[in-house]
Design a protein around this ligand. Structure first.
Ligand SMILES: O=C(COP(=O)(O)O)[C@H](O)[C@H](O)COP(=O)(O)O
Ligand SMILES: [Mg+2]
Length: 399
């Protein structure tokens, strides 16, 4: 079996050389500890890791470490994470350390990946190569099932491809999931009769580990055509449990709320790349990776690489649809598409429901902004004969 390769950025403690610090990481995550031990044996030594390189980068260093594949239990992602992203973050000999990327050999990618992927989701919606437009129902909590369904209907007739619950909406008393879901699906059926378009609704089934499959299956019985899960708060196993169960025959939309506690600090934590690779391996059909111009902070180059991790060749796994979201509105569409390409879901909450003429007009404005890009026309130019887009640009501008 080939090794697992991990790349870290780190800053050593003042009394520690970069080589010693990298070696400390490698030993902690393989066969060593902080001192020599009498219990090690010759046959254990084959499981030692190796520091392949240490080179200066910014205020610190980059190191490439290889871990023997044999120390990983195939298929056990929590265990994979305990090795490549485990105790090392607390080591005193490093002041800061960030896992930038990881490569798993084929033998450890024992997963079937997305059931639908980009092409499968496109087939459900009936799109060719244009970006999809999605919306998050806002306000994120508080609406009752009937009003939630009305907002979904307005977004659907306005032209969105995807409607989703927000990450904090699950099954609270003010909007029980099993009342909200049939109400939304009924209004989406009505929209389909009127427009002929199939719109997906990602209902948030995030809950405790031992209940999530049951909740998802109940949602499918009630007509759900997509499921959503908060992968960091629920855990990677939640995506796997849904994706690998044969009863789950709809795409899975993966939200990454809480990720920034680990991904945001450029010196310490876990970069989004590893999460993106794991979500794809485990079967997420769509994943939030961030936006170029939105309300959350991002490094554009990192983001491009994260999206490539979802779409580049990976042991024959289907691609995961990247989701650009957070503070988007029609005036930002051109920038997002120019940088990130058109295999993208553009998602707007406030940027649709905050339109001066309401949700349906907001959805139309987003679709018009996408059409403008696809036709190679500047947004401001296109707005001259597209009323909803013009109204949106007057409210939010183009940056
Ligand atoms: O509800 C929203 C955005 O709402 P709005 O469009 O009103 O800002 C999402 O939770 C964020 O996009 C998450 O961030 P990320 O996509 O970076 O994970
Ligand atoms: Mg949200």
């Amino acid at each position: 079996m080939s090794d697992v390769t991990a790349i870290y950025y780190f800053r050593p403690r003042a009394d520690t050389s970069p080589e010693q610090a990298a070696q400390a990481i490698c030993e902690e995550e393989t066969t060593g500890t902080w001192t020599d031990i009498s219990t090690t044996t010759e046959y254990v030594r084959r499981l030692d890791g190796a520091v392949e390189s240490v080179e200066p980068k910014g205020q610190g260093y980059l190191t490439k470490i290889t871990y023997p594949a044999e120390i990983f239990e195939p298929g056990n992602v929590p265990q994979y994470l305990s090795v490549v992203a485990g105790n090392l973050f607390g080591l005193g000999r490093v002041e800061a350390v960030r896992l930038l990327d990881v490569e798993f050999p084929r033998e450890l990618v024992t997963f079937s990946g997305p059931k639908f992927g980009i092409d499968g989701v496109r087939r459900l919606v009936g799109s060719q190569n244009r970006p999809h437009v999605g919306t998050i129902i806002k306000p994120k909590v508080g609406l009752n099932p009937t009003d939630t369904a009305e907002v979904a209907y307005q977004a659907a007739i306005g032209g969105v491809d995807l409607i989703k619950d927000d990450e904090t909406l699950t099954d609270q008393q003010f909007c029980p999931l099993f009342e909200r879901l049939p109400a939304v699906m009924a209004r989406l059926d009505q929209a389909k009769t009127e427009t002929g378009r199939n719109v997906l609704y990602a209902v948030n089934v995030t809950t405790r580990a031992d209940k999530i499959l049951e909740r998802a299956e109940h949602a499918l019985e009630l007509g759900a055509n997509m499921l959503m899960v908060d992968v960091i708060s629920a855990g990677f196993s939640a995506v796997q449990a849904l994706a690998e169960d044969p009863s789950i025959k709809v795409p899975i939309h993966v939200h990454r709320t809480m990720h920034a506690a680990m991904t945001r600090n450029p010196e310490h934590g876990i970069a989004m790349r590893t999460f993106a690779k794991l979500v794809r391996m485990l079967g997420g059909d769509q994943l939030h990776t961030g936006s170029v111009s939105g309300k959350m902070s991002h490094d554009a180059e990192e983001l491009l690489g994260d999206n490539r991790a979802l779409t580049d060749q990976c042991y024959g796994l289907k691609s995961t649809f990247p989701v650009s979201s957070g503070g988007l509105h029609p005036g930002k569409v051109q920038t997002e598409l120019r940088v990130l390409g058109t295999d993208l879901i553009l998602q707007a909450g406030g940027g649709i429901h905050g339109h001066p003429d309401g949700t349906a007009a907001g959805a139309r404005a987003m679709r018009q902004a996408v059409d403008a890009f696809m036709e190679g026309i500047p947004t401001v130019e296109y707005a001259k004969d597209h009323y909803e887009l013009d109204r949106a640009l007057k409210k939010w501008g183009t940056s």
